[in-house]
Design a binder for this molecule. Structure first.
Ligand SMILES: NC(=O)c1ccc[n+]([C@@H]2O[C@H](COP(=O)([O-])OP(=O)(O)OC[C@H]3O[C@@H](n4cnc5c(N)ncnc54)[C@H](OP(=O)(O)O)[C@@H]3O)[C@@H](O)[C@H]2O)c1
Length: 279
């Protein structure tokens, strides 16, 4: 989802960019990473790759760790060789959700699931290899946007097909539009920022409210969405009840407040609907 925003030039990274997919470089293969880094010697390496199947990770611990931790270490080691700055994305799922106020960058992580643990291990790998000036770790939450597996498109398509919908009310966070996250990345690069940052769209909601709003934006205000709670909607991976990220540090460095998730979802849904074939 995120990588394609840069690749398709919906948001333009500064400088001459080389875009590499898994076919060109598998980050778990250190020798492949070493070869492309030797060839390109980039000023920046923006890593959008990850193992992102939160439930799948519970059964695929080895693979998710190989990608989210060992693979990320490979990138950090090669960045160190060439003085490249590593820009890497992490997640709200490194927190346990017990907080009552938005998580700050230096709050103590305590992941509840394998995915969160492997993403935290990736952060720690970067920090053990690179000095702070040489990385940006940008934690984000609840991504949506064109391409890839995306909650907003899934909810709208289920509603269109009249599939009964039940969505949880007891997990609170903030949706983030991939395009806004990509712009935030450019803003941090432009400010020569370094260290750990949080970025998500402003406001907060439950997954139920997120689904309801997306379906409303698609013009299906009468379509029923039932409420449920996590205990009645068992999934392999445990999720934090509350994972809102504080964006204060991002705002103070970049000088702007992320737009509200309502505005971002509305924009995306309008675009998504306009691209659907007529019924
Ligand atoms: N999605 C969310 O809600 C969310 C929330 C918080 C944070 N994040 C973080 O934000 C970042 C971007 O997420 P996203 O949703 O855009 O991810 P995504 O759509 O799942 O894309 C991840 C990409 O990484 C590729 N990949 C997997 N293993 C690889 C490997 N060994 N070498 C090279 N590429 C590999 C995948 O290729 P294949 O498709 O071929 O496997 C896929 O194209 C990730 O760091 C993620 O952890 C995401």
């Amino acid at each position: 989802m995120l990588g394609s925003v840069f690749r398709d030039k919906e948001v333009i990274l500064p400088g001459n960019c080389t875009f590499l997919d898994i076919d060109e470089v598998d980050i778990t293969r250190h020798e492949q990473v070493a070869l492309v880094m030797q060839d390109i010697k980039p000023a920046f390496l923006v890593n959008c790759s990850a193992y992102t199947n939160v439930d799948g990770a519970e059964d695929q611990q080895k693979l998710s760790h190989a990608i989210n931790a060992d693979g990320v270490r490979n990138l950090a080691v090669e960045c160190k060789k060439y003085g490249s700055k590593l820009i890497h994305y992490s997640t709200d799922f490194i927190f346990d959700g017990k907080s009552l106020i938005p998580y700050k960058e230096n709050d103590v992580p305590h992941p509840l699931n394998v995915y969160g643990q492997t993403k935290l291990d990736g952060e720690l790998a970067i920090q053990s290899v690179l000095p702070e000036a040489q990385y940006i770790i940008l934690r984000t939450s609840w991504l949506f946007g064109p391409r890839g597996k995306n909650f907003v498109a899934t909810m709208i398509s289920l509603a269109k097909n009249k599939t009964p919908l039940k969505v949880v009310t007891d997990q609170t966070g903030s949706p983030t539009f991939t395009r806004d996250l990509a712009k935030a990345t450019c803003a941090l690069i432009e400010k020569n920022a370094a260290g750990v940052f949080h970025y998500c769209n402003s406001g907060s909601c439950s997954w139920y409210e997120f689904a309801r709003y997306a379906i409303d934006c698609a013009g299906m205000t009468d379509y029923p969405v039932a409420q449920t709670i996590s205990a009645d909607f068992k999934r392999p991976a445990k999720r934090p009840e509350y994972s809102l990220l504080s964006t204060e540090r991002f705002i103070s460095v970049c000088g702007y407040t992320p737009r509200h998730w309502h505005e971002a979802v509305r924009e995306y849904v309008t675009e998504y609907i306009s691209q659907q074939p007529p019924v």
